[in-house]
Design a protein around this ligand. Structure first.
Ligand SMILES: [Zn+2]
Length: 257
């Protein structure tokens, strides 16, 4: 026999499943969260609640939170005995997240970056892209992207930006002063470079997203030599000493964001 408390938890799981099937994702998240936080003597319910909540996050395009729940569920499923059905749901969830990441468009990338970072940061970078055209100088390979972004407030100021596949990042002025906007995560200049290059198909959207994700665990790491080298090549490009085709950003491309 279930007591009243246990009944409430079980009912919440059923509510969550119903809300999920009705497309009421926020409500479903609430119901499943209740189960995850309250289940005591019914250890079989929690994996179902994680699976349900991960699905609700995934369907409402909150990839970061979906990933957390998929990872939690994965941990439970490898340590404990769970319903066979859970294993099937887990692999379905993993596949669906992969598919969504592969099929991201620019709007979805910007939305996901807003979930990863303080929303104001992404807003400010979009504002910059909307305000004027940038002629981005960039160097991109599979392991890192680097480039130069001009300051919008001071015309004689440029920023060297860098982000690696491992999540190391830097942004500093030509005087080698760290950018004031970093404060623990990638700044608007790095985002302008990243989004500008993604829009121009110079970096895959999924890669842009995963590199920003990776940067979350890191602080700004300043490598004077790398940055100086970047500035020297940029100066050379500006002076016409090396072949340079800038990546031009177009404000209209960003009006819808
Ligand atoms: Zn910056």
């Amino acid at each position: 026999m279930l007591n009243a408390y246990e009944e409430r938890v079980e009912e919440s799981l059923l509510n969550g499943k119903r809300q999920l099937s009705e497309g009421k994702f926020d409500e479903a998240v609430e119901s499943f969260t209740y189960v995850i936080n309250n289940e005591l003597n019914q250890p079989l319910l929690r994996p179902h609640a994680y699976a349900g909540r991960a699905r609700a996050f995934l369907e409402s395009d909150q990839y970061k939170l979906a990933k957390y729940d998929i990872d939690s569920l994965n941990g439970i499923a490898t340590q404990k005995k769970v319903d066979p059905e859970i294993h099937a749901q887990l692999s379905q969830l993993k596949n669906d997240l992969e598919r969504k990441l592969d099929n991201m468009d620019l709007a979805m990338l910007i939305k996901q970056l807003g979930h990863e970072l303080e929303p104001l940061r992404i807003k400010n970078s979009i504002k910059m892209l909307q305000a004027e055209t940038f002629q981005l100088f960039s160097e991109v390979n599979e392991l890192e992207l680097a480039g130069i972004v001009k300051s919008q407030s001071k015309s004689d100021l440029v920023y060297a930006c860098r982000l690696t596949s491992e999540g190391h990042f830097t942004c500093c002025t030509q005087n080698l002063r760290p950018c004031g906007g970093l404060k623990g995560s990638v700044c608007k200049h790095i985002l302008v470079l990243l989004i500008g290059l993604a829009q121009a198909d110079l970096i895959p959207l999924r890669r842009a997203y995963t590199w920003v994700r990776a940067s979350q665990g890191y602080r700004h790491s300043f490598d004077k030599e790398t940055v100086s080298g970047l500035f020297i090549r940029y100066k050379g490009a500006e002076a016409g000493e090396i072949d340079w085709r800038p990546t031009e950003t177009i404000p209209e491309d960003y009006y819808m964001f």
